[in-house]
Design a protein around this ligand. Structure first.
Ligand SMILES: CC(=O)N[C@H]1[C@@H](OP(=O)(O)OP(=O)(O)OC[C@H]2O[C@@H](n3ccc(=O)[nH]c3=O)[C@H](O)[C@@H]2O)O[C@H](CO)[C@@H](O)[C@@H]1O
Ligand SMILES: C=C(OP(=O)(O)O)C(=O)O
Length: 427
């Protein structure tokens, strides 16, 4: 279905409180990890997002039955693997779905998964996933755009990732959890979403040691039991709203946050002059009556400044007088927000993965999101300027932000997404 654009009448101060959703990027691998158990699993804090629907469609194809048992609670049950093939039509919708390979391989001994391909901002290789599987004893062949993996026994041995990869670590952990081998992963990701999946698996009886360090030791276990688990808060969504508050020089309160997961973002905003107060799972972000300063930002793997917050931060800096430099070596091509921000009057010069940003006053314009966080960048830009900005490409925002227009309205923004019937009547 063609979604109607998001209309934002900007130039208003935000205020009030917003409950941050649970982490999309933890929920997705945890849903996949539930396939390792043949017993029922209940997950709480699952955000209602199109990416969640996509992974549930894929899991359904593999053999998972699911039911929503509360607004954000999901019951999953995979008594047996019915299909070991994850086809292109399902995998290509979301690159993160490639980690289904590790789960199917663990449970069924073989898996065929389509190559995920690129994404809106460029290539996103999976060579480290494949190298890990091979090094741990799986046979991998490539044919007709598919990777086929097979193991004769349990995975075993040591693999050192050549770079830090969140998805590669998820995939290798999933593949190694069942069996009687011992797998050591070196240079593994310490991302919060990796830790959360490991804590979930351990709660079902897995024996994975070292979560949060660069060395993971996975002692295979014969089977996992069922269980119940609550997903961590979404640090990327929290950061997006913190930046929206700074960009509109507002004061807002965020609940359901893990301040310890947000250090890099908090430090940068504080350096700019934003006042941030932490209290348990609550953050108050205050940028009222402040002259914010330009800063330089370079993305890094967790705990560094997240690439998933780079487009939003670039947008904030595009409104702050002075020169800021933003570099995204994690995803050097993640720049689809730039041309759209130019349409709104931003002064951003790109060279490789570097954006040199001269602060300017942005103005409303029709714009189009080409990916999820570029969409976030555009709604932040829209909130800062007088007049109405119409943002197309809402399907990308729906991948990662639950009920966005409604929740922005809860903060006092004038944001609406006309119903399709109303929109066509207005044409
Ligand atoms: C669903 C999900 O959780 N997505 C997140 C995950 O993506 P994803 O897991 O795909 O990202 P990775 O951590 O794997 O990628 C990090 C870097 O490693 C490179 N790489 C990765 C794998 C590989 O086999 N070879 C290789 O070269 C990538 O091109 C990138 O430059 O982490 C990214 C980096 O924090 C985030 O932007 C994504 O939002
Ligand atoms: C890029 C993201 O997700 P994915 O890796 O699924 O594209 C994201 O969450 O910002």
């Amino acid at each position: 279905m063609q979604l109607t654009p998001l209309h934002i009448q900007g130039g208003r101060e935000l205020g009030g409180e917003i409950a941050v959703q649970s982490s999309k990027n933890a929920a997705l691998p945890i849903i996949v990890a539930s396939l390792l158990s043949s017993e029922p699993v209940t997950l709480h804090g699952i955000p209602r997002l199109s990416d969640v629907d996509t992974i549930l469609d894929l899991a359904h194809h593999i053999g998972t039955r699911h039911a929503w048992v509360g607004p954000n609670s999901l019951s999953l049950y995979t008594p047996e693997i019915l299909n070991t093939h994850a086809p292109y039509a399902l995998v290509s919708k979301m690159r993160a779905s490639f980690i289904i390979m590790g789960a199917i391989l663990a449970r069924a001994g073989k898996a065929t998964v389509s190559m995920p391909g690129g994404c809106a901002w460029g290539p996103r290789p999976v060579d480290q996933h494949v190298k890990a599987f091979r090094a741990l004893g799986a046979q991998i062949t490539e044919d007709g755009g598919d990777f086929a993996a097979e193991r004769t026994g349990s995975l075993n041995g040591t693999f050192a990732f050549e770079l830090l990869t969140v998805g590669g670590t998820h995939n290798a952990v999933l593949a190694a959890t069942l069996g009687d081998g011992v797998v050591v992963l070196e240079n593994a990701s310490i991302d919060t979403d990796v830790i959360d999946m490991i804590e979930f698996l351990n709660s079902l009886g897995a024996r994975i040691e070292g979560a949060g360090t660069n060395t993971l030791t996975i002692h295979g276990v014969p089977a996992l039991r069922g269980g119940e688990y609550t997903v961590i808060p979404d640090r990327i969504e929290a950061a997006t709203f913190m930046i929206a508050a700074a960009a509109t020089r507002s004061r807002i309160t965020l609940t359901n946050v893990r301040p310890d997961h947000l250090r890099a973002v908090t430090e940068k905003l504080t350096e700019m002059g934003v006042d941030i107060t932490e209290s348990g799972k609550t953050l108050v972000v205050d940028a009222t009556n402040r002259d914010l300063k330009p800063v330089n930002v370079t993305t890094q793997s967790y705990p560094g400044f997240p690439t998933d917050v780079q487009p939003q931060m670039s947008t904030l800096l595009a409104t702050i007088p002075g020169t800021s430099v933003v570099q995204d070596p994690v995803y050097p091509d993640r720049l689809t927000h730039v041309a759209e921000l130019h349409r709104m009057g931003a002064d951003i010069t790109v060279s490789g993965y570097t954006q040199v940003i001269q602060g300017a006053k942005l103005h409303a314009a029709p714009v189009k999101a080409a990916d999820l966080r570029a969409g976030a960048a555009l709604f932040i830009a829209a909130l800062t300027c007088e007049g109405e900005t119409v943002i197309d490409g809402v399907q990308f925002l729906n991948r990662g932000y639950e009920r966005l227009a409604e929740r922005l309205r809860g903060l006092g923004a004038d944001a609406r997404q006309p119903e399709p019937a109303l929109a066509s009547a207005m044409d």
